[in-house]
Design a protein around this ligand. Structure first.
Ligand SMILES: CC(C)(COP(=O)(O)OP(=O)(O)OC[C@H]1O[C@@H](n2cnc3c(N)ncnc32)[C@H](O)[C@@H]1OP(=O)(O)O)[C@@H](O)C(=O)NCCC(=O)NCCS
Length: 168
């Protein structure tokens, strides 16, 4: 297992790791803990469960064109997924990748999203990516605030979203 960093917060053990196909259960259990609003923010439409096809796609990771980092809490020797970030490289523009980021509701606003983003930037840079594209609903102020911390430019779209491009 590729653990990137261990951290103790108020006596609780968290770590970040590169996700693999073996993290399927952690992914699915974490997804169940997302509120409808968080799922709407992430998928831009109401979302019930993840289909088998989507789950396989999300875990079809090669750590180059598709890379995902999970934030995990370790309790009683078990792993609980609390959030994840991924980039998927664009087919037609090798130097750009699209980002997806989700922190489960109980752990939001504690800095995990920002930390995951910073870690993703390091890997994206190493893998030759120059820009990261984020599609954000206009009223998702938390994601907009998070992305303002990076070297980003926003372009309002006609569909209620903002395309925010982070230059690495
Ligand atoms: C958007 C999201 C990824 C942010 O992750 P997070 O771990 O909660 O964010 P952080 O704690 O790193 O904080 C990022 C900024 O948002 C603000 N923020 C986050 N949650 C907040 C809340 N509930 N209330 C007020 N501010 C909040 C933080 O204050 C911070 O800004 P600051 O540093 O200027 O104070 C997370 O809320 C989430 O997963 N939402 C649902 C899915 C989603 O929106 N994904 C992005 C799709 S484009």
């Amino acid at each position: 297992m590729d653990i990137l960093e261990n951290t103790m917060i108020n006596g609780r053990h968290f770590y970040f790791k590169l996700l693999t196909i073996k993290d399927k259960n952690t992914l699915l259990n974490g997804f169940k803990k997302l509120s409808s609003l968080s799922k709407l923010y992430r998928f831009h439409r109401p979302k019930g469960t993840l289909t088998e096809k989507e789950t396989n796609y999300f875990l079809n990771i090669d750590n180059y064109n598709h890379l995902a980092i999970g934030a995990v809490e370790k309790k009683d020797d078990k792993e609980y997924g609390i959030g994840l970030i991924r980039y998927i490289r664009e087919h037609n523009n090798f130097k750009n990748a699209e980002v997806g980021l989700t922190i489960i509701d109980d752990y939001q606003n504690r800095g995990f999203g920002t930390q995951l983003y910073k870690k993703l930037l390091v890997y994206a840079k190493k893998n030759g990516i120059k820009t990261l594209t984020n599609h954000v609903l206009n009223y998702n102020i938390f994601m907009i605030k998070l992305l303002e911390k990076f070297n980003s430019v926003s372009q309002k779209q006609h569909d209620g979203t903002t395309k925010i491009i982070v230059t690495i």
